[in-house]
Design a protein around this ligand. Sequence first.
Ligand code: FES
Length: 435
Amino acid sequence: MSSGLERRSPPSPAGSPRSLRDPVTITLDGEPVLAERGEPVAAALIAAGKLMLARSPKFHRPRGPSCMRAACDGCLARVDETPNVMTCMVAAEAGMAVVSQNRLGPRETDLLRMTDWFFPDGMNHHELFAGIPGVQGVMQAFARRVAGLGRMPAEVEAPRTAARRSADVVIVGAGPSGMAIASRLAEHGRAVELIDDQLAPGGGLTALGSVEARAFDEIYASCMDHATSGRIRIRSGTIAGGMYGRDLLVVGPGGAEVLEARALVLACGAHDGALAFEGNDVPGVMSARAAGWLLARGVLVGKRVVVVTTAGGGPFGASFAAAAQGAAEVTLVQGEPLRIRGASHVKAVVVRDASGKDREHKADAVLVDAPRSPAYELAEQAGATMAHEPRGFVVQTNAGLIGEGIYAVGEMTGTPFEARAITDEAVRVSQVIRA
Ligand code: FES
């Protein structure tokens, strides 16, 4: 069975133009960029070679998208006069004006970058020249100009109220775990709302190559069938912002709501493993999952890509390497990234391999596939118990239960990102919810 998961393979070789089915033109700093209508704006910009999109707030170091899921600040830009928009979460529409922020002069050069060179050991701007008459005021004005992100919106939005509503089953996270349990509960006759912040459902499985994604076909197809027949309502582009007792605050295209569900299932997945190494913030350093997600949509992040998989990482790095074959030069390395060469773009990466040997690999993109860290935040707000492991906080459940009427499943509870394990868990927990 094919899942019907939408993907655009095989990828075009790096540097060759993408074939777009429904092209629209957006602009970046006034320059026209072609985009597929509805794809994330950041994906269109990366496809056009605009990897360096933002600047760090204080030292103006170059930043580029690294997560494609609202977890870094590398894609922030002003979009249609709204500042600090995560462009990886916004669908491209004709005429959209994207403007890079926090710079003096062109995006690529930004004269305020000199701040970094003047203060190579860091700067405490709160105390810099504080208390020195005259100089303090000048310094404050300078710091305010240099630091911060974006200007205020062109228009002030009127405050909006959040509607309150009851629901039968609400599931947060439309990755494989959320989809699997949504299907089970729909089959039991429950009315299911499946909430997800991404523009389309599928979560991590949409970042796998078509071969690896096949294992999840049944989960995906079953959920989409139930959605088509109306038993599951999928709400993409909708953010679950916080838990307040049993209330869940969600914000989506239709506005804000406070939902009280008879059964609330958290299937929030996991965050990409972020490693501390020199230059990990240089544009072109990305999570392997993010790059796989882009590749599945016909966007290659580089011509010469090094994928570093650390102990316990996977499956996105190997999946990317297999799927990108023939389109880019990909080197798959097991080890620990030590440092990036390059400041505004990647030139090379030094990796310590399993035998302890350091080796430099030339690259224009470096993908990191490290153990993922459970997305525990909402569960913690709901009062769940956590166990700390090297990869992060893992949500502890009692047969899926974390509080009255609140459940957690999937990677956030330590369940492996494997179709069999996810399906088995969905069967078990859906029985508990029915009981
Ligand atoms: S927040 Fe958009 S790429 Fe990370």
